[in-house]
Each structure stands twice: as structure tokens, then as C-alpha cells.
Ligand binder design. Sequence first.
Ligand code: 5GP
Length: 204
Amino acid sequence: MKREGMLVIISGPSGSGKGTVVKELVKQDCFALSVSATTRAPRPGEVEGIHYYFYDKQTFENMKQQNELLEWAEFCGNYYGTPKKYVLKQMAEQKNVILEIEVQGALQIKKIYPDCILIFMIPPNAKELQKRLTERGTEDKQTIDRRMNRAIEEMEFIPQYDYIVINDTVEKAAKAIDSIVKAESMKSSRNLEIKQQFKGEILC
Ligand code: 5GP
């Protein structure tokens, strides 16, 4: 039985460890990771096409205009967006696609694909968040403060998410997301064709 893959959206404050958890998940064959486009400058160690597609503002605007993005948003002064083509292709090939995106983009996608799974990831506490952002050592003090404030704003959107996962350890958080996705795949609303198939088999 051919069924499209699911869209799994993971949001959460910058520094919540989403990226590390997602890396753990995509080790499994059933998950594909969408690589976003951004106008933000690469951080040390970030690789074009693996962590992001790094574009200038004009190129990003062109992608928006040509309807090449599934969603896009401005976050702390930079644009971020999900290239559409890859996501649709992976879903058609029955892969579950993971999008690691912020809340505005997540809610745009929920409107187009109400079946998508919205997961909000948080660190165990606010102190840990500040610690992770500081220890990452990739942002200056002003950017860290901006991202902490943004974290407070983003928390307001939690009620619009389907699930909340506390990122205590990477393994536990990845397991929790895997369980969510497995349970979602068994929802009756996603499997209505089974009834028809059974009926057909009984009747012939
Ligand atoms: P960072 O600059 O730390 O890599 O990402 C900043 C924020 O942008 C994070 O919350 C991240 O999840 C989000 N983000 C990354 N890619 C996308 C995207 O394609 N669309 C949207 N809406 N947000 C994204």
C-alpha cells in the first residue's frame, strides 16, 4: 500500500539542541532532512548544502517570488525558508521529512498540510538554554540576548503544537520523537484505505 511520507516539524528555541537530535533521527532510513535556505552568514564549520543553502537577499527574494519555498520567515534579522521541491519528492517516495524550523514557518505549513506533526522541543530549563547558547561560542552577547528574548516569544506558540519534547539527553529526545512518529503513522485517520482493502479482499 503506497502512502505519502509525513511531515515532521521540529521547532524550539535556538540552543534547544534540535539540530543534534535531528541528526540522530536521520540516521534512520525512514527520515529525510530538509536543508533550508537562509540569508544568515555561515557559522564556522557550516557547509553549503549540508547545514543550509546560504544565499544573498536577492536570491532569496527570487525564490520566494518563483514560489520555490514551502514556507519562509524572518528570524532575528535573517530570512529562512524551506525549498519545496526536495520535500515534496521525499514525501512522494514515502519518506518522513523532518523540517527544523521556527514557529512562523511551522504554522504556515500547518495551514497547507494540516496532517503535519508539530513538535516543540525545549531544553530542561532556561538556565540550560543560556548555557548552551553561550557555550556554542558562535554568537556574540547581543545575538545571544536577542535569541533568548525570541525564545520567550516562541514559547507562547506551544499550545498550537501537537507535542512537546524536553531535550534532556539527545538519545531520549530522539526516541521520544521516533515514538511520536510511529504512533502518528498508526492513526486511523491516516489509514482509512485499510478498510477498503480488507473489504475488497473479502468480497473477491
Ligand atoms: P540558526 O540561525 O540558529 O541556524 O536558526 C535560527 C532559527 O531559524 C531556528 O529556530 C531554526 O529552526 C530556524 N530555521 C531554520 N531553517 C528554517 C526554515 O527553513 N524556515 C523557517 N521558518 N525557520 C528556519
